[in-house]
Design a protein around this ligand. Structure first.
Ligand code: CMC
Length: 424
């Protein structure tokens, strides 16, 4: 076989030929490698999935060494700069092609008509303490939506599945805006379907009828940049929950919970806390020293896949200057720039190939636009919803997929007899 791996098992001297397809081997092939018929066969051991592909996907391509990110083949920089609507990119991510005008109109109408949220969800939200973390509320409300749409459980029906996609895309901006207003003790504002997806979200959030075009563009670009990122932690959760055939609201709530963590989407909140703590440029070297001593992490830096500048960070850094022209410069920008400069020239970061990621500059923009720090990850979730849904849909319709269920390498005790409590 030309594209294959030849393996010799030194325990038995037996030889095995394992086909290589798309640069990967099927690890189930390793199970044929046994010392005798009773042997279970060899497994792959890969904590944190460092080198394990669990899906074949056509949605997002990343080349981490070169710093390339594409949705369905289109470079992220072009989509961020040239697409005039987030829903156009959302359509591309979900359906695989850029929409015609009629397709985009229909997609937009199906989603925007779902921007209205049933009253019972508002009642649940009002039960949360005003100081509750917005991500905790978002996780809860997404899960709660499942109780309103029990038919969503029928995930093998494509029409029902699409309906839930429209609902989650339509409901999420409204939920996010309601959560924002709840934390401020403000009344909820009705959606305005005349506005764009991003504009409507900002208007509902800040209680306005119009939105500054620079803020609308910034929101659109940020949503586009966050829309998908192949098999990251939260997407893996979305697929994993979906693989048990749970409804998409349950899966989206789980994905949102995974996003919340400070090593994932929660990093944007952590970056601002870090900049607050550093306070002045003079304190930057001492902070970097602590990072190099392993006492803490430089939040917003480093990535499992990118070993180069995250292309999203480059776009966001540029966008920050556009927003600051309207809002005035966020004073923390100077600290962020100083951190980046020192880090990019420092042996510790160069050796480990640590560069700014999407979360490093996004919080500075969010803060300048008036979002509190603990709301940043909600904005990440709002953008990522379409990616989760596209990946979930791909998973559900992939005939090769089954319930996700990893193996383990058991290293605990062998069988031993129970000891009564008075003998321990
Ligand atoms: N600051 C300091 N050192 C770091 C950092 C950092 N931000 N990130 C990685 N390292 C070091 C790490 O200590 C290790 O060093 P050593 O080899 O000496 O032990 C080396 O770099 C490799 O790190 P790792 O933890 O094995 O890498 P990983 O692929 O498991 O982690 C990461 C990726 C993103 C979790 C990590 O880089 C990190 O914690 N970054 C800060 C949090 C952050 O910004 N997260 C947002 C990620 S992008 C948005 C998203 O997709 O959610």
């Amino acid at each position: 076989m030309v594209n294959s791996l030849q393996i010799t098992d030194s325990r038995t001297q037996k030889q095995y030929t394992i086909p290589i397809e798309n640069g990967a081997i099927r690890t189930m092939e390793l199970r044929n490698i046994k010392v005798n018929d009773d042997d279970f066969g060899i497994m792959g051991y890969d904590p944190a999935f460092m080198n394990t592909a669990s899906v074949k996907s056509k949605i997002t391509y990343i080349d981490g060494d070169k710093g390339i990110l594409r949705y369905r083949g289109y470079p992220i920089e072009q989509l961020a700069e040239e697409s005039h609507s987030f829903l156009e990119v959302a359509y591309l991510i979900f359906h695989g092609e850029l929409p015609t005008k009629d397709q985009l109109d229909e997609w937009r109408s199906n989603i925007m008509s779902e921007c209205f949220i049933p009253e019972s969800i508002a009642t649940i939200l009002k039960g949360f303490d005003l100081s509750s973390h917005p991500m905790g509320m978002l996780v809860s409300l997404l899960g709660a939506l499942s109780t309103l749409y029990p038919e969503s459980q029928n995930i093998h029906d494509p029409t029902i599945r699409m309906k839930q996609v429209y609902r989650l895309m339509g409901h999420t901006p409204t939920l996010c805006a309601m959560i924002f207003r709840h934390t401020k003790g403000l009344p909820f504002q009705e959606p305005n379907l005349q506005l764009s997806y991003s504009g409507n979200f900002l208007a509902m959030t800040f209680g306005t009828t119009t939105v500054h075009p620079v803020f609308e563009r910034a929101m659109r670009v940020l949503l586009i940049l966050h829309a998908d990122h192949e098999q990251n932690c939260s997407t893996n959760v979305m697929r994993c929950i979906g693989s048990s055939l749970a409804n998409p609201y349950a899966a989206a709530a789980g994905a949102t919970a995974a996003l919340w963590g400070p090593l994932h989407g929660g990093a944007n909140e952590e970056v601002l806390k870090m900049l607050d703590e550093i306070r002045t440029i003079e304190n930057v070297p001492a902070f970097i020293k602590e990072v190099k001593e392993g006492k803490r992490r430089l939040m917003g830096f480093g990535h499992r896949v990118y070993k180069n500048y995250d292309p999203r960070a480059r776009v966001i850094k540029q966008l920050a200057y556009e927003v600051f022209e309207v809002t005035g410069k966020n004073p923390k920008l100077e600290i962020a720039l100083a951190l980046e400069k020192i880090a990019l020239e420092d042996e510790y970061f160069i050796k480990r190939r640590l560069y700014p990621n999407v979360d490093f500059y996004s919080g500075l923009i969010y803060q300048a636009m008036g979002f509190p720090t603990n709301f940043f990850t909600v904005l990440f979730a709002l953008g990522r919803m379409i990616g989760w849904l596209a990946q979930w849909n791909e998973h559900i319709t992939d005939p090769e997929q089954k319930i996700a269920r990893p193996r383990q390498v058991y290293v605990g005790y062998d069988e031993r007899p129970y000891i009564p409590i008075n003998q321990r």
